[in-house]
Design a protein around this ligand. Structure first.
Ligand SMILES: Cc1cc2nc3c(=O)[nH]c(=O)nc-3n(C[C@H](O)[C@H](O)[C@H](O)COP(=O)(O)O)c2cc1C
Length: 426
């Protein structure tokens, strides 16, 4: 892997400083972990030296065993985590999405999840977000889904509503914070469970009416049907990172006094209603996942114990896998960032709710991923930034873990990462 390949871009460096100041979730995590990346690299080197003896005895790395959810089988346990590309006009996927997502399918990932895809125009994080709120948005995504499947990956998509974190500028825009109407934003139409802004620089949301709860739930259903028409085989509902569904769950962002607020059962009600409606619209042979912020990392906020309770409810409602992320609902969060820093959350949900989990967050090394599976912390391993550095992370991991027969495109046959070749470099 070549971290310098994108860290070295000057505009990325400038943007990174600015995003950190804005406390935007994805960026806050990225900033915080920078130092730890080096630790991860050092650990990776140690891990690789352990690997040479491990590969001599291990029949096959678990990372490269197939995994079945309902009627869908992934060729391995490696997932491309959803990543906003902020590269759309009117929510339409472009050639960027085809190349970006398609490249990771060519590179051997088992499941590729397209970025947070807005179910309503006002549910976009930025004006440039991907969407599935109208039928025109189906065809360009169908092209992407077909390509992913043609190259051996399961085609996944994350359906999302940004809630009170909607209508912001994309990370590399000159302006930051609430996106103004003249720049394509909708700061006066931002909705949330309660009229509590994320921070002073974000739009002030309006508390959702009963009619809006119904409308948003139905928008999730309509987007689900469009995702099916587009050919996707896996949906992940975004209930993490301070976006709409997460803000219903967390007591820090939900102070409603009606049946969608109050105690845990009330705060879970709207996300569970959305899950029920989506599950009913999504075919029985196709798997459904939910991404949770397993903890808010704030005293008085949503906890891992709450997540276990919710995961049991989700399992009972036909959710097949929990993607265990964390944070994003409060600027007061204190995230103990480090290698695989959220894997223990995936483990607690897996054990506590008896449901498959996906571990994510600073998993960068093949041996590290393998150990998470071996320890029974998770069933799937999702990577985000490691895949931005290398679309071929999966193929490189296969070689590093001594797996000879991982998928590799015939067109690239002469360049297939070789087990012996990488072993020779160690
Ligand atoms: C550029 C970028 C965009 C992201 N967009 C999304 C998104 O659309 N939905 C989401 O749930 N998480 C998103 N994330 C978070 C990642 O999916 C992932 O959870 C996080 O980066 C931690 O994993 P990593 O350490 O492997 O990067 C994004 C992360 C990055 C770097």
């Amino acid at each position: 892997m070549n971290p310098g390949g994108f860290v070295g871009r000057p505009e990325y460096g400038r943007a990174r400083e600015r995003w950190g100041n804005e406390s935007r979730h994805y960026v806050a995590v990225a900033v915080a972990i920078d130092a730890a990346y080096h630790t991860a690299d050092e650990r990776g080197q140690k891990g690789q030296s352990r690997m040479s003896s491990a590969t001599a005895v291990a029949p096959r790395a678990q990372l490269f065993t197939p995994y079945t959810l309902r009627g869908i089988t992934m060729r391995n346990r490696i997932v491309v985590s959803p990543m906003c590309q902020y590269s759309c006009t009117d929510g339409l996927a472009t050639d960027w999405h085809l190349v970006h997502l398609g490249g990771r399918a060519i590179g051997g990932a088992g499941l590729v999840i397209a970025e947070a895809t807005a179910v309503e125009a006002r549910g976009r994080i930025s004006p440039e977000d991907l969407g599935l709120w109208n039928d025109e948005q189906i065809a360009p995504l169908a092209r992407v889904a077909a390509f992913l499947k043609e190259h051996g990956a399961v085609a996944g998509i994350q359906l999302a509503h940004a809630g009170r974190k909607a209508s912001t500028y994309r990370p590399w825009a000159v302006n930051q914070g609430a996106a103004l109407a003249e720049d394509g934003g909708w700061p006066d139409e931002v909705i949330a469970p309660s009229a509590i802004p994320f921070s002073a620089t974000y739009p002030r949301p309006r508390a959702m009416s009963r009619a809006e709860l119904t409308a948003v739930r139905e928008a999730f259903v309509a987007a689900t049907k469009r995702a099916l028409t587009a050919g996707f085989e896996f949906i992940e509902l975004h209930a993490a990172h301070g976006y709409l569904l997460h803000t219903f769950l967390s007591p820090l962002s939900n102070d409603r006094t009606d049946e969608w607020g109050g105690e845990l059962a009330g705060r879970m009600r709207f996300p569970l209603e959305v899950v029920d409606a989506v599950r009913a619209a999504w075919p029985g042979h196709l798997p459904l996942g939910v991404r949770l912020s397993a903890t808010d990392w704030v005293a008085g906020g949503w906890t891992i114990e709450d997540s276990v309770v919710l995961a049991r409810e989700l399992r009972a409602r036909g959710v097949d896998v929990i993607d265990a992320s964390s944070g994003g609902v409060s600027t007061a969060q204190q995230i103990p960032v480090g290698p695989a820093y959220q894997a223990h959350l995936a483990e607690q949900i897996r054990r506590g709710a008896d449901i498959p989990t996906m571990a994510v967050g600073m998993i960068t090394e093949p041996q590290q991923a393998e150990e998470i599976l071996e320890r029974g912390q998770a069933d799937l391993i999702a990577l985000a930034r490691a895949f931005l550095r290398s679309p071929y992370w999966a193929a490189e991991a296969a070689a590093a873990l001594g797996v000879e027969d991982a998928d590799w495109p015939a067109q690239y046959g002469r360049a297939k990462p070789q087990v012996a070749q990488l072993a020779g470099q160690r």
